[in-house]
Design a protein around this ligand. Structure first.
Ligand SMILES: [Zn+2]
Length: 428
């Protein structure tokens, strides 16, 4: 098997295989991940009360988070990143808030948990944008962090020192950005202080407007909806990624689009948590940038994220083929339109240059029955909308092959360690 990255060809109509007839697509950037949550995926699907919601799910998540050591985080993240690579994600924005020991005290190496994630990315070969999270308060009323939130917390100085420490590690496949957990966890003054201290090209990610209760609390305390407040109080531009942004009014849709920021839509997690439906069509009409993330990892599949991004809109509107924008450079293919959308936001959200990301490619299994009789013009739609078998055959990151014949090069050993780690996590 050829181990060099094949060339994909861009045309105004989309990606085309090279002369070898291979079916090639760009690697997908995963714009939002909390790696540790992979270990609890599927374990919060029992009703605890008839009003179960994001907030009751969060209780399970907090109990789980309390058990993680750097070693456990490394094992879980490595397994997750193998799954991401095999599914076609070639880069991950890791939104990392599990900083300290379970009692809230910093580890001797304050970056120990961050280093576990970096090691997992390097050992598996996935490209990473590490986003250490600033998490300071337990609500818009600025109450102190609760007992189970203490391991997430930083004061501004310690947080900026952590970023300085981690930036030293940056290399061809690692970037370190900045992350505000949410408006409810970062008061206005420290937000401004941190943003003012960042290097000019630093990426900034923030959870925003995922929950109706969060929108209502923000209005009550800060006098504006969260996205409106952020646009009015921070210089939001193309370096910013707004995660979820589910609950938007028309002005906020227009405001995000005008700012140049990217929205990270986490379709399967938002569905799993009952968050709500992102106003995709209005946002596309406004010219907004967007990408996808697997967030809680209830699903680790760009195919499922993109498919259900479109399907959610179809169910809500009782129409079909919603995401396409047929125009001067548009495509009437839903699949190609979705793929272009995620490719266009990858550089601005991850902080890697588009030229660097060009080395991240997927070779699909052209011999799969789903591709029988496929043409250059329809294979992307078949890949994204037809069947459930993983059709990713080879994965290249920065030109290096990390998946061959659908399997990660170190998948078996990593899965064994993950199994041992999870058994210990669940029985301790
Ligand atoms: Zn999240």
């Amino acid at each position: 098997m050829n181990a060099t990255a094949p060339n994909s060809v861009w045309t105004p109509q989309g990606w085309r295989g090279d002369a070898s007839g291979e079916r090639i697509v760009p690697g997908i950037a995963n714009l939002h991940s909390h790696a540790f949550q992979r270990a609890m995926a599927g374990m919060a699907e029992r009703q605890t009360n008839p009003a179960d919601s994001f907030w009751t799910w969060r209780e399970t998540m907090y109990r789980f988070a309390a058990r993680f050591t750097p070693e456990a985080l490394y094992a879980v993240a490595a397994q997750l990143y193998v799954e991401m690579l095999e599914a076609g994600y070639t880069s991950v924005c890791e939104f990392h808030y599990l900083h300290h020991a379970p009692d809230g005290r910093p580890y001797a190496d304050r970056a120990a948990m961050s280093r576990a994630l970096i090691a997992a990315a390097r050992d598996t070969g996935i490209r990473m944008t590490l986003l250490p999270v600033l998490y300071m308060t337990g609500g818009f009323d600025e109450r102190p962090l609760g007992e189970r939130q203490r391991r997430f917390g930083h004061e501004v100085d310690a947080y900026l020192r952590l970023l300085d420490t981690l930036r030293v590690e940056q290399d061809a496949t690692l970037r370190v950005g900045c992350c505000l957990h949410s408006l409810r966890a970062v008061p206005p003054a420290p937000m401004r202080e941190v943003l003012a201290a960042l290097p000019g090209d630093s990426r900034v990610h923030v959870h925003i407007a995922e929950q109706v209760a969060e929108v209502e609390d923000c209005v009550a305390v800060r006098g504006a909806r969260p996205v409106r407040w952020l646009l009015d109080n921070a210089a939001v531009d193309e370096r910013w990624t707004l995660v979820h942004a589910t609950h938007l009014d028309d002005g906020e849709v227009q405001g995000i689009a005008r700012s140049g920021a990217t929205v990270a839509i986490c379709t399967t997690t938002e569905a799993n948590l009952g968050d709500g439906l992102f106003p995709l069509r209005d946002y596309l009409d406004a010219g907004g940038h967007w990408g996808v993330g697997s967030d809680s990892h209830i699903s680790v599949s760009p195919v499922e994220e993109l498919r259900w991004l479109e399907y959610g809109q179809r169910l809500a509107t009782r129409r079909r083929n919603i995401a396409v924008s047929v125009g001067a450079d548009g495509s009437d293919s839903v699949g190609e339109t979705l793929l272009r959308g995620v490719a266009a936001s990858a550089a601005r959200s991850t902080g890697f240059a588009a030229a660097e990301l060009a080395g991240d490619r997927l070779v699909l299994d052209r011999d799969a029955p789903i591709f029988a009789g496929a043409t250059d013009g329809d294979y992307v739609d078949r890949w994204l909308f037809s069947g459930n078998r993983n059709l990713v055959r080879e994965v290249f990151v920065a030109g290096e092959r990390v998946v061959a014949d659908g399997r990660h090069r170190d998948g078996e050993a990593i899965a064994r360690r993950y199994g041992e780690t999870l058994r210990a996590l669940l029985t301790d």
